[in-house]
Design a protein around this ligand. Structure first.
Ligand code: PLP
Length: 397
């Protein structure tokens, strides 16, 4: 006998992984240059060279027992200090190293925060479109998972719907900006309005409603502001990751930030640490903590992502595809011509163009295009996009 929920999750690969594996198989048959794989969010820009230099320096200069040994459960002080200093310099805030808990990337950090907030009957609201893993993370943690319908077509936050879904059982809202899958960045105006709604409801219910900010894409913004959420709403808990910002998804490093100004911050911080402990996360990878201590101030070079973004946004828009302006991350979320994203993605798949239908993101009728790919592949794929939309355009002419 095995746990049935765990079995179901393990036995059914995600649709994104399925597509990715399919792409590999097709590449072996038709040649990699004939497969246009927009399925997976694996960064396509290398880590900054300073990161690799730091790895070498650490390995050459530091005591090997220290580099590879267990660290304190909350993470090395030097790394937490470097992160705190960087945020303070950038946002004019006054975070402290003691408010940070180093984790193994956003995914396990989210699991720990969900577990930390999972009281019996507690609810978590996710704003569609949302990262599909939130649902299993939340449900396994013991939270009731609810979806706030999307704000179509701009994919900001449907505040009216959200306000109507808040109940005394609401423990937290999970937000992801810049957003996977829409590429949208929530504006300061949207976030300020959200904060007002949450503040009012929290006072009415007599307990905090936490905002969990899932921020692996914080540094991936193209000329727009990504506001620092705790400065707008103090009951914010950040789950950050270097997977995308420093192109280190395989190294598993990031942090949870619990501001001391948040309600019951010490309780929350201890519960996050306890949940990580119960989940078996003794400490984040030690070598990478030392790298972050030296590299927390680095930013990605976004030039190639930006070129891809513009090529697709402008190219697809000119063909008649509709999408919200993608100001961040490396995704476009496109309205499926004909309205059925599954059917459209299937048609695309027959031409070796791999697009992820939006159902899993809580947004049927849209498909995701992940543009951390080569510019060359984009250029080769554009005629296929054109061919696919042509019949629908003729319908409208
Ligand atoms: N949250 C979002 C919105 C993501 O897109 C991802 C990864 O793609 C994660 C969390 C998980 O990030 P990590 O690799 O740091 O666990």
């Amino acid at each position: 006998m095995v746990n049935q929920n765990a079995y179901a999750l393990g036995a059914n690969r995600s649709c994104i992984r399925d597509l990715f594996e399919y792409g590999r198989q097709r590449a072996a048959i038709v040649g990699p240059e004939n497969v246009y794989d927009y399925s997976l969010g694996n960064p396509s820009i290398p880590a900054p060279k300073e990161v690799n230099e730091a790895v070498h320096q650490i390995l050459n200069e530091m005591d090997s027992l220290l580099v590879h040994g267990y660290t304190s459960a909350v993470g090395d002080y030097d790394a937490r200090k470097a992160i705190s200093d960087d945020l303070n310099a950038r946002y004019g805030v006054s975070t402290q190293p003691e408010e940070f808990f180093l984790g193994c990337g956003a995914a396990p950090e989210l699991v720990s925060v969900f577990r930390a907030l999972a009281v019996p009957g507690g609810e978590l609201l996710a704003v569609a479109p949302y990262f599909p893993e939130y649902k299993p993370f939340a449900e396994e943690a013991g939270l009731i998972f609810k979806v706030v319908p999307p704000d179509v077509p701009n994919f900001q936050i449907n505040l009216e719907a959200l306000a109507g879904m808040l109940t005394p059982a609401t423990q937290a809202i999970i937000l992801n900006s810049p957003n996977n899958p829409s590429g949208v960045v929530y504006t300061r105006q949207t976030l300020t309005a959200l904060a007002a709604v949450l503040t009012e409801k929290a006072a009415q219910f007599g307990h905090p409603i936490y905002l969990i900010a899932d921020e692996p894409y914080r540094e991936l913004a193209y000329g727009v502001e990504v506001p620092f959420l705790p400065a707008i709403y103090p009951d914010t808990i950040i789950c950050y990751s270097y997977s995308k910002s420093l192109s280190l998804p395989g190294e598993r490093i990031g942090y949870v930030y619990v501001p001391s100004a948040a309600t019951d911050s010490q309780l929350v911080y201890a519960a996050v640490a306890g949940a990580a402990r119960a989940g078996g996360h003794v400490c984040a990878p030690s070598l990478w903590q030392k790298v972050i201590a030296r590299c927390a101030h680095l930013r990605p070079d976004l030039e190639s992502y930006n070129r891809n973004r513009l090529a697709l946004y402008e190219g697809l828009s000119a063909m008649g595809y509709e999408m919200a302006k993608p100001d961040g991350a490396f995704y476009l979320f496109v309205k499926a011509p004909g309205g059925d994203a599954n059917a459209f993605s299937e048609l695309a798949k027959q031409r070796d163009l791999l697009l992820v239908p939006g159902n899993g993101f809580g947004c049927p009728g849209y498909f995701r295009v992940c543009y951390c790919v080569s510019y060359d592949m984009i250029q080769r794929s554009l005629p296929v996009f054109e061919e696919l939309i042509r019949p629908y355009r003729l319908d409208n002419e």
